[in-house]
Design a protein around this ligand. Structure first.
Ligand SMILES: [Zn+2]
Length: 186
């Protein structure tokens, strides 16, 4: 954010790396991480990065033998449903990257480098997707939720009160409601 180096692009003109080093801080909409014509989303299971949310990077670029070294921090917002009550939970990814960009990259180890630009979007996209939570998300709601699935209930509740509770997956609530309605009409 300092000295006016905030950018709106993840495409870095290599000519700016005049003395071999460049700090690149950028904030872009998450949609900028996708391929131009891609219909992809930034999603792992039920957790996604909203395409209109901000993704921030603070990176140090350095020319090295055979390419460009890129290291620094990547931040992004995510949203996903609480495993207990299905209400949306918001969170933030904050991770560090250290990668090499080169004209002839080794697949899966390095990123491609064009003759004039370094496109940082694929690296940022992968860094963000790798850090999205894959475990069950919990909202901060303090009470044991009646919709809590049994396997999560055991981990969450120290002592269950009363008899065995019936836990329903909230995703099935709509279906149950429909079923109930059709029972009434028949
Ligand atoms: Zn919840």
């Amino acid at each position: 954010m300092s000295k006016g180096d905030r950018q709106r692009s993840l495409s870095v003109p290599l000519r700016l790396i005049s003395d071999g080093q460049l700090n690149w801080s950028a904030t872009v909409p998450a949609a900028a991480l996708l391929e131009p014509e891609s219909r992809d989303t930034l999603r792992i299971a039920d957790v996604e990065v909203p395409l209109d949310s901000d993704v921030g990077v603070a990176l140090a670029l350095e020319l090295i033998s055979g390419g460009l070294s890129v290291a620094g921090e990547v931040r992004a917002a995510w949203t996903g449903p609480c495993a207990r009550c299905w209400l949306p939970v918001d969170g933030e990814v904050r991770t560090t990257v250290r990668e090499v960009f080169t004209a002839e990259p080794h697949e899966g180890e390095q990123y491609g480098l064009g003759p004039e630009f370094a496109d940082l979007a694929p690296m940022v996209r992968e860094a963000v997707l790798l850090e999205l939570p894959i475990e069950a998300i919990r909202c901060p709601h303090p009470e044991p939720c009646p919709n809590l699935p049994a396997e999560l209930a055991e981990a969450h509740e120290d002592a269950a009160e009363g008899g065995p509770a019936e836990f329903a997956d909230p995703r099935w609530e709509a279906l149950e409601a429909l079923r109930g309605r059709s029972d009434e009409t028949t």
